[in-house]
Ligand binder design. Structure first.
Ligand code: BGC
Length: 499
């Protein structure tokens, strides 16, 4: 059985629901046992206890995940299909230096929003002279429509944006406009400006695109719009984030996205990529897009994860993503709450249909509930009532917060272990260069940005695994919306013109 995603959160825009929604929920009365524990809470408690047990991520589990990540990376670098991790070659062999000049565009497709950006670059002294960005949300029917409809939608938004060019943005007469295209799905790159879509993720199910060259699809759609624009770099959002962050900081070696979906890329030496044949890199380095969302080795999964996976449009795939990323955390919590509601009178006798609807509860909702510090958890009650239609008493609200925390904790800690796995692999190969000096992990995505508990769990796990000394060299830096400017910078680096 498959289901549609009702309202998945956006990739980098992950607004928190307001904690006070306005309507006051009804407070349910529950019977009390002699021990003083409410009867409804007592029956739901074993479900919570088992959940906490199954989601536990003590140090040995984290270590296993970090080690397995490093091992799977090596296997994926050895041969295509060697592991869950695709370890995709990005064809980005040189990163921005600061010398880039001129007008460049960027397109960014990766979640429920599509962004267009233009930037005027002024070289080392002036750097970014001006930038303009516009964002369009992608209608549900486009996410489930045909390839032609999707690319026509993108090209038409881009054409409208180009028409508004002016002011500080200047294109020399003899040149075509150039753009970077951030396409945040697994793509088998065939060159810096071409690549075949392997599969859709994050709830997209556009027909006719898998197996096709994404840039060719975009070029055809731009042709239909009469738009003359050259795609000079096709990049994943992690790669664009790394490029954007490296423009300002030379120590950036890894980029991670934790938003609707998740992924990581890093700087690899070409000598460490056995599957690389005939690829020349002047720098001796290249960026590898790990596509770590597909990682699955040793994850502490629960029956709720398995049920969610089985009902998804890509069963058995993207298991790491389904355990740690923003599209899924709220849905896992919802599934636990349904079980609690069915097995006890925790939320009263009547279980609203909305609670049974997949993806009703978003990750922004569970984050908002965890921010409620009031004595009666009023905001938790309001969110539960507004979003799922459920009434709750204080005991039930406390239970819900515990469930949210359990799922966020597992996600954040596993994400931290994944990061350590990548750093560990780099350190093993470079002997001291990664852990012995400042190394920056550029991080973007609404989940990391807007879920403070998740972020703290992630950082704690990194520290636990690396110890205080080494972890003080590892800087996780939020690179907000760095992928837009990063894609434009990579368009400049790969421009056909002299700059
Ligand atoms: C995609 C990646 C992307 C990540 C973050 C995943 O679902 O497979 O290509 O980088 O989401 O947007």
């Amino acid at each position: 059985m498959s289901f549609t995603v009702n309202s998945p959160p956006t990739v980098r825009h992950f607004p928190l629901s307001r904690t006070s929604i306005g309507r006051t929920p009804r407070v349910t009365m529950v019977a009390r046992s002699n021990s003083g524990v409410s009867v409804s809470t007592a029956t739901a408690l074993p479900i919570l206890t088992k959940l906490q047990h199954d989601c536990a991520t003590p140090l040995p589990v984290l270590r296993h995940v970090a080690d397995a990540m490093a091992t799977d990376m090596r296997a994926g670098l050895a041969v295509d299909g060697g592991s869950d991790l695709k370890m995709i070659l990005s064809y980005v062999d040189s990163l921005p230096t600061g010398n880039e000049r001129g007008l460049f565009y960027a397109l960014d497709l990766g979640g429920t929003n599509f962004r267009v950006l233009r930037t005027q670059l002024g070289g080392k002294d002036e750097r970014v002279i001006d930038t303009e960005v516009e964002q369009v949300s992608i209608p549900q029917d486009i996410m489930f429509g045909t390839s032609e409809e999707l690319f026509d939608f993108i090209a038409s938004a881009l054409a409208k944006f180009v028409k508004k060019e002016g002011g500080k943005f200047v294109l020399p007469n003899d040149r075509s406009r150039e753009t970077g295209f951030t396409f945040s799905f697994p793509v088998k790159q065939t060159s810096i400006d071409s690549g075949i879509l392997i599969k859709w993720t994050k709830g997209f199910a556009v027909s006719g695109t898998p197996g096709k060259d994404i840039v060719a699809c975009l070029n055809e759609a731009m042709g239909r719009q009469g738009l003359n624009m050259r795609v000079s770099a096709l990049v994943n959002d992690t790669v664009a984030t790394l490029a954007g962050a490296r423009y300002w900081d030379n120590d950036v070696m890894v980029a991670v996205i934790l938003g609707t979906g998740t992924n990581a890329c890093y700087v690899e030496s070409v000598d460490a990529i056995p599957k690389l044949q005939g690829h020349k890199s002047i720098s001796g380095r290249t960026i590898i897009n790990t596509e770590w969302g597909a990682f699955s080795n040793g994850l502490p999964l629960t029956e709720f994860d398995r049920e969610m996976d089985a009902a998804s449009i890509n069963p058995g795939e993207q298991l790491f993503e389904k355990t740690i990323s923003g599209m899924y955390l709220g849905e896992i919590v919802r599934r636990v709450l349904v079980r609690m509601a069915d097995g006890s009178s925790l939320f009263g006798k009547h279980i609203p249909e909305r609670l049974r609807t997949p993806f009703t509860l978003g990750t922004p909702n569970i984050s908002s509930m965890q921010q409620d510090t009031s004595d009666d958890l009023e905001a938790v009650g309001s969110i539960l009532y507004e979003v799922t239609g459920m009434d709750s008493n204080l005991a039930a609200r406390k239970m819900v917060v515990e469930v949210c925390d359990t799922i966020a904790k597992r996600g954040g800690r596993l994400a931290g272990a994944g990061i350590v796995g990548i750093l560990q692999k780099m350190e093993e190969d470079s002997k001291g260069i990664v852990f012995g000096k400042r190394t920056v992990v550029a991080m973007d995505g609404g989940l990391y940005e807007h879920y403070p508990q998740y972020k703290r769990y992630l950082k704690d796990a990194v520290k636990e695994l690396l110890g205080p000394k080494i972890s003080s060299n590892v800087v996780i830096e939020h690179s907000k919306d760095g992928s837009g400017i990063g894609a434009a910078l990579l368009a400049a680096t790969n421009s056909i013109y002299e700059h």
